[in-house]
Design a protein around this ligand. Structure first.
Ligand SMILES: [Zn+2]
Length: 403
């Protein structure tokens, strides 16, 4: 095969897959906050590109600097790109076809908007990307691309639903819709893509989930289709974690993820957190708990019992002042371990030790609401369809198409 690689490998640089949907209406574009309060960044393009003002209509400059690093900086509220300064609080950079740019070493599709922050010394970098290419950068980041095609399709539909819900619900109050991290859903741009990922996105194009709000009429509407890695044996009611009351966001038993996740992953080892550190982090994130003083005791106040294990959902915190307060278990988890890599779920027991809180008998990974990603892979292996998987984890939901 070497001769083939020699002949074809050198002829021409592999042409990138074109970015679809560049002409789609505004409500199907996603604004991803790639850089928050940055003083500088480096761009690179394989094509020429245009810099325009905030409405994206009037061109301010054309650049023909392919494959060289381009420095972007800001000073006195003026953005400078490759030595040329631009007035106005926002500029939009649009690469020519296939509409790909490189920001600080990573490639993304669509356009890049730079927004001057109020102090004039920092800017936000927001990727403007149509929904389907956005999803290609999410599905490949949220699931291994070698997983079953049906599991990848389920992931694409859940991620599309979640994104549109968050955009509609919160986007109008800020200049971005999604963060590229697990705070929303992980988005890695072009490097997360592959042929298998694009196939899953294309085969479910435009499909989202809808469901009814608890206690409301028969109206179906888009809902936040949360999902998490490994539920640990039973998914959780969103009302106990995020406070939503949509009919599809109720807990269901999940016998599937245990067969997919490695045992050392499904069950996690005991972790400890220094008490002083826990007090500092909790009081910093939740100023309403400051009257407690030093946190002296943390006890489960509410839990969901599932046979031989329970998910803690609410903690009671007792302070040195004699006051006490409550915190959702998931909020405490991500406050004391923001990555969630050590304290992986709230299916665990908490033990008050000298100088530290210990969490043991842990199982699962993530908040446990909505689709269990390892469970979806387990169901796909058993021959279930994407619709069967989604209707299992989001009971009472329906699939509809937005375009
Ligand atoms: Zn599960």
């Amino acid at each position: 095969m070497l001769w083939l690689i020699t002949i074809f490998g050198c002829v021409e640089r592999q042409l990138a897959r074109p970015t679809p949907q560049m002409g789609i209406e505004q409500r199907f574009w996603v604004r991803v906050l790639l850089l928050d309060d940055a003083p500088t960044c480096t761009l690179k393009f394989a094509t020429s590109f245009t810099v325009s003002d905030s409405d994206g209509q009037s061109t301010q400059a054309r650049f023909y600097q392919a494959d060289v690093p381009i420095n972007v900086s800001i000073s006195a509220a003026k953005i400078t790109i490759s030595g040329r300064s631009f007035t106005g609080n926002e500029v939009i950079i649009t690469p020519d076809k296939p509409h790909i740019f490189n920001l600080n070493g990573d490639e993304y599709r669509g356009k890049l908007k730079l927004i001057v922050n109020p102090d004039g010394n920092f800017f936000d970098a927001v990727n403007l990307v149509p929904l389907e290419p956005y999803l290609a950068g999410v599905v490949g980041a949220e699931m291994p691309d070698y997983w079953e095609p049906i599991a990848l399709q389920s992931q694409a539909i859940a991620a599309r639903t979640y994104c549109l819900y968050i955009k509609n619900r919160f986007g109008s109050n800020r200049h971005w819709d999604m963060r590229p991290t697990a705070a929303n859903q992980v988005y890695l741009g072009v490097k997360a893509e592959s042929g298998r990922i694009w196939k899953a996105v294309n085969q479910t194009q435009g499909q989202i989930l809808v469901g009814r709000k608890d206690g409301a009429n028969m109206q179906y509407e888009i809902f936040p289709a949360y999902y998490s890695s490994t539920c640990g044996g039973h998914t959780e009611n969103s009302s106990n974690v995020f406070g939503d009351t949509f009919e599809p966001l109720v807990g269901v038993p999940c016998p599937y993820c245990k067969k997919v996740a490695k045992p050392s992953f499904f069950f996690w080892p005991m972790v400890q957190f220094d008490k002083e550190d826990v007090t500092n982090k909790v009081l910093q994130n939740y100023p309403k708990l400051k009257p407690l003083g030093e946190i002296k005791n943390i006890t489960p106040a509410k839990q969901s019992k599932y046979g031989n294990f329970s998910r803690l959902t609410l903690f009671k915190l007792a302070g040195s002042s004699g006051e006490s307060g409550f915190l959702r278990a998931e909020d405490l988890r991500l406050t004391i371990d923001p990555t969630g890599n050590k304290l992986r779920s709230t299916i665990c027991q908490i033990v008050n030790m000298a100088g530290a809180w210990a969490f043991l008998s842990g199982r699962g990974y993530g908040h446990g609401v909505g689709m269990c990603q390892c469970g979806a892979q387990g169901m796909a292996r058993e021959g279930k369809s994407a619709a069967e998987i989604l209707f299992y984890y989001y009971p009472g939901s329906k699939i509809v198409s937005v375009y």
